[in-house]
Design a protein around this ligand. Structure first.
Ligand SMILES: CC(C)(COP(=O)(O)OP(=O)(O)OC[C@H]1O[C@@H](n2cnc3c(N)ncnc32)[C@H](O)[C@@H]1OP(=O)(O)O)[C@@H](O)C(=O)NCCC(=O)NCCS
Length: 185
């Protein structure tokens, strides 16, 4: 089986208790790998996030089944506060590609996306991940800053280049700029 598939998630999906930001009192978020029954909640978060291409519920269910080991959800009691879905590139398994990041509106600007990214990358480092990639549209300041911040914290450089152009994406979609961070130490 290729690296990064669901077979690995059983070993690496251990929960981590993460104390929430002061602004949320003593609330604790739990980070772990998504389960299949999280699929509809990932879809709902993506649909409400804004700035994301929303895929079908089927896509999120399938993701939770087959790429749980390379994804993370932040649980706030019985709700999802945020998620990151991603995979190791089949042709470059040292590269973790972030497919989507979403944080619920009431959890934003409290470092949650950064902590989820740190969490999932730390989980994958022992498997040889040394680069992180994501595509971001040029107007998505929050997302650009998220990846800049991650690169800075890791003392790594971040290259930016067009991955998919407006012409390729069609329907007036802005270009998707590939942000490539690494190598991580
Ligand atoms: C992008 C998103 C995931 C960030 O989540 P978040 O939990 O609020 O981000 P964090 O609090 O971890 O912030 C990470 C960094 O980005 C900065 N940031 C966050 N939101 C920002 C905003 N709206 N404008 C500018 N900077 C912002 C933070 O200050 C922090 O930088 P720092 O480390 O220098 O302090 C969230 O805004 C979101 O869900 N957006 C809609 C979906 C989306 O655009 N996903 C990404 C597509 S690739």
């Amino acid at each position: 089986m290729p690296p990064g598939d669901a077979s690995e998630s059983a070993h690496i999906g251990q929960d981590t208790q993460v104390r929430g930001n002061q602004a949320r009192g003593s609330a604790e978020l739990t980070f772990d790998a998504p389960r299949i029954d999280d699929g509809p909640r990932l879809w709902e978060l993506a649909a409400n996030a804004g700035a994301l291409d929303v895929n079908s519920r089927y896509a999120y269910l399938l993701w939770c089944r087959d790429f749980a080991g390379t994804s993370v959800v932040a649980r706030d009691a019985d709700r999802l506060a945020g998620f990151i879905t991603g995979y190791r590139r089949p042709q470059a398994p040292d590269t973790y590609f972030v497919w989507q990041v979403a944080v619920g509106q009431d959890h934003r600007r409290r470092g949650l996306a950064r902590r989820m990214l740190d969490h999932v990358v730390e989980r994958l480092r022992p498997q040889g991940v040394r680069f992180v990639e994501a595509t971001v549209t040029p107007d998505n300041k929050a997302s650009i800053r998220l990846f800049e911040s991650f690169a800075e914290a890791n003392g790594a450089t971040m290259g930016v280049d067009v991955l998919f152009s407006e012409r390729e994406l069609g329907s007036g979609h802005e270009p998707e700029l590939l942000h490539r961070i690494g190598p991580l130490d």
